[in-house]
Design a protein. Structure first.
Length: 592
């Protein structure tokens, strides 16, 4: 799309992470949070500062009442209850009185005084013995940020899940948990200033099927709510106040999109077989049992990765074994006899369950994440394993462990599974005693000892999202190093080949469930490297299937042989791109 800077039109470019185009009003939220600085004030400034504080309380009250009204309209009265607590806190005389006393006696600015007192309240609530009171600490902090937004004149601050009008969200950042709560009816697409293509926020956007662009750097500061914009998730751009010519060009793009969708629809329920007869198992990644509908609708053969973390986040306590069992069972029965590979909990990294209140880590991706966390929390792990085992009686359930770095972790996890099996046996609870247990290969050490791991597991699933970040030391969520995050780096290709060969030597299958499996440019390379199964976001299954049905295994192998001998990531990528564009040009008509 031509870069055009006529008066009023403004184009910002970032990293395209989720296909599609949408148009609508912009809603800017979560500007980078201001630092609450302490500022000494003079005696003459006290009245002004208390006045500012009181005004912010009035503004906050009006905003809460307004959001409450919209929530009642759109979601019902029960959902709006939370705001009653906020209003009560806002009217707490002790709190308000203490802030004013601090401003007067210590002669400090209003935001500092309010933040200090509100934080003290939140801490006291958190320390309470009563669970109800502890939960109120979150309300206190929500309210604190609203008041601070008003004091600091941060525009348009509000709760993400209470958006009540269709819009394009512009945010500094969005956590995976916040993204999971987006209401597709109201959020047409979103952008963030930071982030990478394989962050869990980006993965969630693809899973929701909404266009998204990340790494826009300053968009949340430059753009204003209410402006009209066009978001291009294919090419990673947001066009604010688009001209008629731009709208016309995008109209054409939408027509091409519709024609591609028709083609994809035709092959959706066809098998994923290459032109020379090689069948590739093509499954889908899900984050919630409710995603099964999308799995079936998009023609995937089962689930290759059930990310169970989302059962644990966006809630105020751990899910029980029974709740987990119901979720896993739902997926297993709906997809039977197709397999459902349930991955054990992968909390940490960029996914956190706030109710666990874990101390922040300096390097969360290298820290207490996934299997490391589960092995250290045997009770939590046990509940999940029992739930998975119980669900295995109801369908074709398999299980895999994330972030295995060595054989000891695999053995420890397997020992806990054996204990759970023994318990269930003793309780006469049915489960599949032969449940297949696989290992995710997403840490370079695991790829390098793949033979040893293959000897003790039933399948491999290559988690390329992490394998790339850990091999190349490039944070998958950091746009500043996204140029180093190269899936076609020779080191990555060799590690994948090593893993696939080790799996095949031991008679087990090697799948890929990272985002490269869903990239039509890279899927042929994976197939050429010998990968047996690909698991992708449901929304891209048809594109990958379309590609598979238009390539020859022999040619994909030639591509892989080239990649294994080439030293240059960009040369390998260009070769993959040429291969893919020649095999299935329609898939790329919307990309520049
Ligand atoms: C991966 O790392 O490639 C993977 C599939 O797991 P996640 O993206 O959840 O870390
Ligand atoms: Mg991973």
């Amino acid at each position: 799309m031509a870069e055009r800077l006529q008066k009023g039109e403004k184009i910002l470019r970032g990293i395209a992470v989720s296909d599609g185009v949408c148009r609508g009003k912009i809603l800017v939220l979560h500007r980078a949070r201001h630092i609450i600085a302490r500022r000494e004030i003079s005696a003459g400034e006290v009245a002004g500062e208390t006045g500012r504080f009181e005004k912010s309380l009035v503004q906050t009250r009006q905003q809460i009442l307004e959001v409450q009204r919209k929530v009642v309209e759109n979601l019902g009265a029960k959902e709006a209850d939370i705001f009653e607590a906020h209003l009560l806190m806002l009217e707490d005389h002790a709190l308000v009185g203490e802030v004013i006393r601090l401003i007067k006696e210590e002669k400090v600015n209003a935001e500092y005084a309010f933040h200090t007192v509100a934080e003290r309240y939140a801490e006291a609530l958190l320390a309470a013995n009563d669970e109800y009171l502890r939960e109120r600490a979150t309300d206190m902090r929500d309210l604190t940020s609203r008041v601070l937004d008003n004091l600091l004149e941060v525009k348009d601050a509000f709760d993400l899940h209470h958006i009540a009008e269709p819009c394009i969200l512009i945010s500094h950042d969005l956590s995976p948990s916040a993204t999971a709560q987006l209401n597709k009816k109201f959020v047409l697409g979103f952008t963030t200033d930071i982030g990478g293509k394989t962050s869990h926020t980006a993965i969630m956007a693809r899973s929701l099927g909404i266009p998204a662009v990340v790494g826009l750097q300053t968009a949340s500061q430059e753009l204003d709510s209410g402006d009209y914009a066009l978001l291009d998730g294919y090419n990673g751009a947001i066009v604010v106040n688009p001209t008629d010519q731009t709208l016309f060009e995008y109209g054409q793009l939408l027509r091409r999109k519709a024609s591609l969708e028709e083609k994809l629809h035709e092959i959706q329920q066809q098998p994923a077989v290459t032109l020379d007869g090689k069948a590739i198992h093509l499954s889908a990644n899900i984050e919630d049992a409710a995603d099964i509908e999308s799995v079936l609708a998009h023609g995937a053969e089962g689930v290759g990765l059930f990310r169970t973390e989302y059962l644990f986040i966006n809630r105020d306590r751990l899910p029980t074994e029974e709740e987990q069992y119901q979720a896993y069972r739902k997926a297993a029965t709906a997809l039977k006899p197709q397999p459902v590979i349930i991955r054990t909990l992968d909390l940490g990294g960029d996914k956190f369950a706030s109710h666990l209140q874990l101390a922040p880590e300096v390097n969360p991706f290298l820290g207490w994440r996934a299997i490391r966390f589960c092995l250290a929390q045997p009770e939590l792990f046990r509940a999940q394993l029992r739930a998975i085992l119980r669900a295995s009686a109801e369908g074709n359930v398999k299980m895999m462990y994330p972030m295995i770095s060595g054989l000891d972790e695999l053995k420890q996890a397997n020992a806990i599974v054996e204990k759970c099996k023994a318990e269930l046996r003793a309780e006469n609870v049915p489960f599949d005693d032969k449940i297949e247990i696989g290992v995710m290969i997403e840490i370079p050490s695991a790829a390098l000892i793949a033979d040893a791991l293959a000897a003790q597991s039933k399948f491999f699933s290559i988690g390329s999202n992490d394998l790339i970040q850990y091999t190349l030391a490039a944070d998958r969520t950091n746009e500043k190093v996204s140029h180093l995050y190269e899936p076609t780096h020779p080191a990555i290709i060799r590690l994948i080949k090593l893993t696939v060969d080790a799996a095949h030597r031991h008679g087990i299958k090697a799948n890929v469930c990272g985002e490269i499996a869903g990239d039509p440019v890279l899927a042929p390379l994976l197939i050429g490297l010998g990968v047996d199964e690909l698991s992708t976001a449901p929304t891209v299954v048809a594109q990958v299937k379309y590609m598979i049905r238009r390539l020859k295994l022999t040619e994909a192998r030639e591509l892989a042989n080239f990649a294994l001998q080439c030293e240059s990531p960009s040369e390998i990528y260009v070769r993959c791109q040429t291969f893919a564009r020649e095999a299935a040009p329609s898939l790329f008509e919307n990309k520049t």
